[in-house]
Design a protein around this ligand. Sequence first.
Ligand SMILES: *[C@@H]1O[C@H](CO)[C@@H](O)[C@H](O)[C@H]1NC(C)=O
Length: 244
Amino acid sequence: MQSKSPAKRTVSPSNEQHPPLEASQSKKLTRWATWASLVVVFALVCRVLDTIKDRWYIMDPPFLHELAKDAIATYPGDTTNVINHIVTNLTATYGTKHINTRQEEWVFNNAGGAMGAMYVIHASITEYLIIFGTPLGTEGHTGRHTADNYFHILEGEEWAYAPPSLKKEVYGPGSVHHLHRGQVKQYKMHENCFALEYCRGWIPPMLPFGFADCLTSTFDIPTLWRTTYITAREMIRNLLVGKI
Ligand SMILES: *[C@@H]1O[C@H](CO)[C@@H](O)[C@H](O)[C@H]1NC(C)=O
């Protein structure tokens, strides 16, 4: 006896209700269009903000360069006093509401493979000013950033390099290395090198670069916490007095 009846195979008209094909497609299209418009609006807002970001800057490169040169000339070879001279002047010029005067507040910083220590003098959404350096020397990738970087050498030498030029760039005390927004280089701070680093542009997108080495390599959580705490404290302090 045959167990399969040919009739069974044909008893399968489904009772499921499929929504009409056009309706589900137009729903998908609406969702896609909504996301696309949000992306376009976000891009436009970013573009407009980018054209007006200059109005939020309080510091400027020529002034900082003068100040760095002045400090080096007053205290040659004495970086502790050079830093004190710079911070004293900045406090007189901009006030404690924008300047962090805790000169002992150093944190280690690992980024782009380089290691040094930094003291955050100012941090806001569109600017930061730090002392960065190490007596031991270090070398790494500058990172590709959404801000212009002005590296004022206070002591020692910074070397930099970017092909197609095959020559080493050398920056000594009193000189400034301007790394343009979006530009990248390999850099090395030779022994006993400290710099006044000023950055202007969009600072928050740079922060992941500053945290990546800790999260993938050093796992120095107390340093990560202190860095986050100091940066957030300074940014919020500035926001509260209307400094973006
Ligand atoms: C700060 O330094 C600049 C540049 O060296 C100088 O012109 C200015 O007078 C200084 N300001 C104060 C308050 O010392």
